[in-house]
Each structure stands twice: as C-alpha cells, then as structure tokens.
Design a protein around this ligand. Structure first.
Ligand code: 5GP
Length: 184
C-alpha cells in the first residue's frame, strides 16, 4: 500500500510523517534524492540522499525514477525501487510536493493520496519563516507557489487540515484504516 502525503512547502508533511512512523512502524518511509545542499541537522540517507546534479541526471537517463521534478531550481526524485513493494509489510509512505504527487498518481493510481492543508495562510507563512534556513527571496517564492498549490487540493483523495499535529496524525491513521481493504 502506497500512501502519499502532499501539500505546500512548510505545511508540515515531514513532521506528520515522522510522528506517523513512530506509531506505525509497519510503514517504511521512502527517502528521496535531491541535488540541494543539506540544511543543518539534515542527515544523508535519512532526510534525503544528497547527490550531485551529474549523478541525478544519470539516474534520469537510466529511467530509475518513479518520478522526479525540478523544485525551486533543484532536482528531487524518488527511485522506483523504493516505492515498488520492497518492504516486508508492503506499506510505504511518501512526502512529496504537489507536482510530484500528481506524477505518482498517474503511475500508481491505486495509492492513497492525502493533501495536507495549513490551518491558515498566515500559519504557513510563519512556518516558512521560522525555519530560518531559507533566504527571504526563497521564502517568498515558496509562499507564492503554496497559494497556487492550495487550489489543487481537490485533485487528491483526501484533504487534511494540519491544525494540531497529534490530531492530524490520528485522522491520517483513520483514513488509512478505512482505505486498507479497498486500496490493497
Ligand atoms: P525542501 O527543499 O524544503 O526539503 O523540499 C522542497 C519541496 O520538494 C517540498 O515540497 C518537498 O515535499 C519536495 N520534495 C521532496 N522530495 C521530493 C521528491 O522526491 N520528488 C518531488 N517531486 N518533490 C519532492
């Protein structure tokens, strides 16, 4: 079963997924590859596989990606082998931007696609600013993009407002529980 969590940058996809994984260890998190530099505290192989642009382009050429996108000028992608039932339980969860999620939906229509919404635009803006790792231009770019992405929420199976982390995780769990028999 493939569960895809999407939504704008800063909405809390990573936090929700981390909390979810602690409570649902049968799920495996699929780590993506990126050509952007690691932020402080990010670990290669855990947060992302940080690779050079040259290596990334080689993998594209070999058709190894289930999907890849250029986001804010950097490449991001997920390898097919990481998404196609390599876990014992067969449960995989993915956090991905909106354009990437749409590509995954085309390739894996039986997946469960959840769009995470911020509780408000200002909450999203605050979250992007509080990261303190992206420069103001970058934050502005991400915020503009987020407003466009929010309009695409209806293209996915579920919309989930990320109001309180624990509550959001519980709602996600019940969506998954409900869908398990249908989606497998
Ligand atoms: P960040 O640089 O903040 O970690 O991520 C920027 C955006 O890229 C986020 O919206 C994130 O979800 C998205 N992203 C992360 N991994 C992938 C991936 O494998 N493919 C695509 N298309 N987007 C990704």
């Amino acid at each position: 079963m493939l569960v895809v969590i999407t939504g704008p940058s800063g909405v809390g996809k990573t936090t929700i997924i981390k909390r979810f994984l602690k409570r649902n260890p049968e799920f495996k998190y699929s780590v993506s590859l990126t050509t952007r530099s690691p932020r402080s505290r990010e670990i290669n192989g855990i947060d992302y596989y940080f690779v050079s642009e040259e290596d990334f382009l080689k993998l594209i050429e070999r058709d190894d990606f289930a999907e890849w996108s250029k986001v804010y000028g950097r490449y991001y992608g997920r390898l097919k082998k990481d998404l196609e039932g390599t876990t014992d339980s067969g449960y995989v969860i993915v956090g991905i931007d909106v354009q990437g999620a749409k590509k995954l939906k085309d390739r894996y229509p039986k997946g469960l696609f959840v769009f995470l919404m911020p509780k408000s635009e200002s909450a999203l803006e605050n979250q992007l600013r509080s990261r303190g790792t992206d420069d103001p231009e970058e934050i502005k770019k991400r915020l503009n993009e987020a407003l466009i992405e929010l309009k695409q929420a209806d293209d996915f199976d579920y919309k989930l407002i990320n109001n309180k982390i624990n509550q959001t995780v519980k709602e996600l769990e019940s969506i998954i529980k409900e869908q398990k028999p249908k989606k497998q």
